[in-house]
Design a protein around this ligand. Structure first.
Ligand code: SF4
Ligand code: SF4
Length: 125
C-alpha cells in the first residue's frame, strides 16, 4: 500500500489494499523515520467513513467491508423485515484501510479521526 508519491516521498494508497501493521516499512526505513515499537499503538490518524452510496443502506445485502475488517469496527445488526444494517464502532477502527478497496461501490473513505462519524451515510464522498 506504500507507493512512490510526489517528490519521491512515500504515499499511502488504500485503493488496492489496507495496512496490516506488520511493521515491514519501519524495519526497512534506513533513517528510522518510523518507530516500529509505536506502530501497533499509534496506527493512523484517520477513521472509516461510509457514504450514502453503501448498498446495505439502499436495501441490498452486502457485508463485504465487515468481513475485511479485522477489528470488527464494522458490524451488521439484523433488522426486522429488512436486511442487516451497518453499525460503525469508531473506537475499534485503526484506520488500516482494509475495508476501502473491497467495497463494490466505493462507499468507503478515510477521514481525519476528529471529523469521523459513527453514522453510516453521513459522509459526503
Ligand atoms: S462493502 Fe460497501 S456497499 Fe457493502 S456494506 Fe460495506 S460500505 Fe456498504
Ligand atoms: S479502516 Fe477501520 S473499519 Fe476499515 S478495516 Fe480498518 S479497522 Fe476496520
Amino acid at each position: 500500500m506504500l507507493h512512490k508519491g510526489d517528490g519521491g516521498y512515500p504515499e499511502i494508497r488504500f485503493d488496492a489494499d489496507g495496512c496490516t501493521l506488520c511493521g515491514d516499512c519501519a524495519r526497512a526505513c534506513a533513517p528510522r523515520a518510523i518507530d516500529p515499537h509505536a506502530m501497533p499503538l499509534v496506527a493512523f490518524p484517520w477513521r472509516v467513513q461510509v457514504s450514502a452510496a453503501c448498498l446495505a443502506q439502499r436495501g441490498v445485502e452486502c457485508r463485504v467491508c465487515g468481513d475485511a475488517c479485522g477489528t470488527r469496527a464494522l458490524r451488521f445488526v439484523p433488522a426486522r423485515g429488512g436486511i442487516a444494517q451497518m453499525r460503525i464502532e469508531l473506537d475499534a477502527c485503526t484506520g488500516c484501510g482494509a475495508c476501502q478497496p473491497v467495497c463494490p461501490v466505493q462507499a468507503i473513505a478515510m477521514t481525519r479521526a476528529a471529523t469521523a462519524s459513527p453514522n453510516a451515510g453521513s459522509a459526503t464522498t
